[in-house]
Design a protein around this ligand. Sequence first.
Ligand code: TYM
Length: 334
Amino acid sequence: MENNEQKKVVLSLIQPTGTPTLGNYLGAFKNWKSMAQEYDCLFGAADLHSITVRTAPADLRKRTIDLFAILLAMGLDPEKNIIFCQSHVSAHAQLGWILDCYTQFGEASRMTQFKDKSAKHADNVNLGLFTYPTLMAADILLYNADYVPIGADQKQHLELTRDIANRFNGLYGDFFKVPEPFIGKAGARVMSLQEPEKKMSKSDTNQKSFILVTEDPNVIVKKIKSAVTDSEAAVYYSENKPGVSNLMDIYSACTGKSYEAITDEFAGKGYGDFKAAVAEAVVEELRPLQEEYHRLVKDKAYLEECAKLGAEKASRIADRTVRKCMKKVGFWQY
Ligand code: TYM
């Protein structure tokens, strides 16, 4: 039996910018759930990150609480793992600043998410949007995470985290653990149901393009039935069939079936049967989470109790890392 000290550490966060989508679920949550059994895990709400885009205070608070309920509803155990809210642990902002000073302007400028988001929010290209990846690096490095389960869109940020950690270690001796991304085989890049060349995103203005994890099953079925496909009426995976390939990827992530098995299953059948099966698989996949979420979200006292426990456990580790890091850098300590 492995004892706790030998267990690898896993960390991943999600922004409370809205209800998580099926993309967040298949790209991240599903792997979080399976890793929670085997590793020492920290999961949480990256609320500091989400103020890079202007949000009404009441919305930020509500979305963060809802997200926390969703994390617990997935079955993540707040006693066994650390489920927390980033802003409850002050060390994130502290280490974020230090890492800013070990990150080059050019490196941060190359981040595709920065480029995309600054184009999308041209009226609010704030410094937080620019230094976002160093705060994310701090989130990870504070806890000496070995693995970071993420969707494919976060890979570049993870690479920057590794570069920052290696640079710091090169200057001050081995200090930070250099983390590895963990990107699942299916569901790592769930695409929009309406424009399958684009990532599924909760901030998309077209409601039909995404599925929210708490969405009514009837709406989920409707959205999948109206997903954009093509006129060929044949189910197989191909770059030239982005809509069908996306639905196959979703179906594969929900059922564990390979693309070949899916092609065989729908040989000679039309897209109607295929979409109905995908919709059913998604509804069944989300059903336990939805039932538990509706129960938990009403229990504010329990959610607060869990948040407090998570913050205490996370702070214990993170404060220690920041203190040791500050010593390495040369800050006066008493
Ligand atoms: P966020 O909040 O955009 O997304 C949370 C997780 O969901 C994944 N994801 C997707 N996966 C597959 N298909 C999609 N369409 C899709 N959309 C999103 C993301 O890759 C992510 O894993 N910067 C991060 C949050 C963060 C973080 C961290 C993550 C802050 N600190 C530390 C890991 C470690 C973000 O904006 O994710």
